[in-house]
Write a protein that binds this ligand. Structure first.
Ligand code: ASP
Length: 343
């Protein structure tokens, strides 16, 4: 655990140290971007992912290409909760979920996918090359291999291995507690960033290109040490991600079960359609989750991140500790989202 924590600290601090001041400066939620393009994504890992997306967006490329390329950066990095380096399920297998959606409401998704480095690209192939939206498990893997993706070695990363061994000591299975700042619990070894303690997590990304078109992507290994076969919200269109090119787009992170319950990302987009700004729309659905969960809301984290057609970005979380990264022609920063619980 300590080893893993150190690794994450040093890599995170190396690339993010310079951004601590910007995090503070960026606090407060809503950001209005004048002019296109723009990309937003979840958590601090979003900073690097946005850079990947910008290689496309900055050259006038399509939002769909940008959101695929952007999250591939995170999938390829060492991250507790995204890509093959992530924590495994309780049986010791890393299983990955991802989805993607474009400006024409085309969408593709893979879930419970093993040994493939870039599930987001497989999700895109499902969207573009099959009559389906979702492929799961061995079928998704078979499709990926047929499409030329490499079947990687089945092996835990040097960071996930000790974390799993630590978890095995108690093998205590409970619904995963994720992303709660300053609580020092959860299935992952928390690490410090700024004043808070929390866990890297799912990367969800939404972008608007120079044509004003929206696309989104979401990719994760789900909750660490989850029950084998468990899916969260991330590969589910309407839960972990939703794009409506007339209105806006939203992605989610946190406890997937509670995002699915309220069709989270779709619900946020529908509220934006009714005129709410992104932060207000995210807040309403977080409040709905808080009402449903009652006392249990204290122990879970959920966050939504949205962008509307006017280029206004906003987010809201159940607990403090959620931040999102934004990049445009004039702005590149990490913003702290407001939250339902204040501490
Ligand atoms: N939403 C993801 C899941 O439930 C995990 C997360 O974002 O924390 O699988």
């Amino acid at each position: 655990m300590v080893h893993r924590r150190k690794f994450i600290q040093s890599s995170a601090l190396g690339s993010l140290g310079v951004l601590f001041s910007k995090i503070a400066a960026g606090s407060g939620g809503t950001v209005s971007i004048k002019g296109k393009p723009v990309v937003i994504s979840t958590w601090d890992a979003g900073l690097e992912a946005n850079k990947g997306a910008w290689e496309i967006l900055g050259k006038g490329g399509r939002a769909l290409d940008a959101v695929e390329k952007g999250v591939m950066v995170t999938e390829a990095s060492q991250n507790c909760c995204v890509g093959l380096g992530a924590n495994p399920d309780r049986d010791g297998y890393v299983t990955l979920d991802a989805c993607i959606m474009d400006e024409f409401s085309n969408c593709g998704s893979v879930a419970f996918l093993e040994r493939i480095k870039h599930p987001i690209s497989v999700a895109r192939r499902v969207m573009e090359k099959t009559p389906h939206v979702m492929l799961v498990g061995s079928g998704a893997q078979q499709f990926a291999v047929a499409e030329g993706f490499t079947l990687e070695e089945q092996k835990l990363s040097p960071e996930a291995q000790p974390a799993y061994e630590e978890w095995l000591k108690k093998s205590e299975y409970k619904s995963p507690l994720i992303n709660v700042e300053n609580k020092g619990h959860g299935p992952f070894a928390p690490y410090k960033l700024g004043n808070g303690e929390w866990n890297h997590d799912t990367i969800g990304m939404v972008a608007m290109d120079t044509f004003g078109n929206l696309s989104g992507s979401c990719t994760t290994s789900g909750a660490g040490f989850k029950m084998r076969g468990r899916l969260g919200d991330s590969p589910i269109i309407g839960a972990g991600l939703f794009v409506d090119n007339e209105v806006g787009a939203c992605t989610a992170t946190g406890q997937g079960e509670d995002v699915i319950r309220v069709a989270g990302s779709h619900s946020v987009v529908e509220l934006m359609r009714q005129g709410l700004n992104p932060e207000a729309a995210c807040k309403k659905i977080i409040e709905r989750i808080a009402r449903i969960k009652k006392e249990k809301a204290k122990n879970i984290q959920v966050a939504f991140l949205a962008l509307n057609k006017q280029g206004i970005a906003g987010a809201y979380a159940l607990h403090p500790g959620f931040s999102y990264a934004i990049k445009s022609g004039t702005k590149e920063t990490l913003i702290k989202a407001k939250s339902y619980f204040k501490s």
